[in-house]
Design a protein around this ligand. Sequence first.
Ligand SMILES: CSC[C@H]1O[C@H](OP(=O)(O)O)[C@H](O)[C@@H]1O
Length: 325
Amino acid sequence: MNNDLRPIIWDDDNKQLILIDQRKLPNSLEYYTCKNYHDVAFAIKNMVVRGAPAIGVSAAYGMALAELHNSSRDYIEKAYNELKNTRPTAVNLFWALDRCIEAYNNKSSIMEEAKRIHKEDIEVCKKIGQIGEKIIDDGDTILTHCNAGALATSAYGTALSVIRFAYYNNKKINVIADETRPRLQGAKLTAFELNYEGIPVKVIPDNTAGFLMKKGMVDKIVVGADRVLRDYTVFNKIGTYSLAVLAKYHNVPFYVTAPYSTFDFKNNIEDITIEERDEKEVIYIDGVRIIPEGVSAYNYAFDATPAELITGIITEKGIIHPNNR
Ligand SMILES: CSC[C@H]1O[C@H](OP(=O)(O)O)[C@H](O)[C@@H]1O
């Protein structure tokens, strides 16, 4: 069992953050070294590291690198603001940054807080898998979207933790991974992770999910989350909402996985910014232009799924059933 994928490594000897460069996967396993908070901000903005928990943990180490360099309030606040402005939708980024600022204000070590956040994330993701695998039956085919795996967290993943623990508990499962245009996290990252660990996985174009549900080839859907509101609206990778609508129509159980660090009890749906990324991510595939010159593209990175479409939200504290209130 190769459960050793760790996208985030704090190198205490050299006081640097080492990240798997997820832009290079699956064809090359390369690392990106962050020596200061600017490097971390670049890595988050450019998706060297991505996934809500992984973004939060990385940002915390960005704050720790800032404190190591210059612990003045002015410098710490500059780091906070640059890291805060990297990506707007995943709430873990702001949750982690706020924990670091609180530590600083309480005259505690930001480095120690970052290490605590990192350690907690590993334990929480493991717990989500141990709790969530109970909804998986022997023989299930599980559809997932984007990458909510070890590469999106400190280890194990969230949606993929559920899948991993079902597999570890000898359930005969098959996984279907939506490729997830335009950044192809499903094709490039989820397929890499599961194949690396020997868990059966097939990739489909995103437009095939409904066809397979209609054919009865999908038993459950398990996805990740970037922000869960108090009314259990779930922000996640673009295409999640479409999957949820199809799942409702075809009576396929639709589960979201989310640590409590991904819950946002303060804001309402209209307060949330859905990230729009550079249209070039749609216009080009691996550097090859696929859309004619002069034609532009929408590139929304997330969408919102209402609670009424969700069977359960799997957390480290148990499973929330939004519609059994
Ligand atoms: C476990 S959080 C994973 C979550 O993050 C992904 O977005 P991105 O790759 O753009 O950071 C996607 O929404 C996943 O569900």
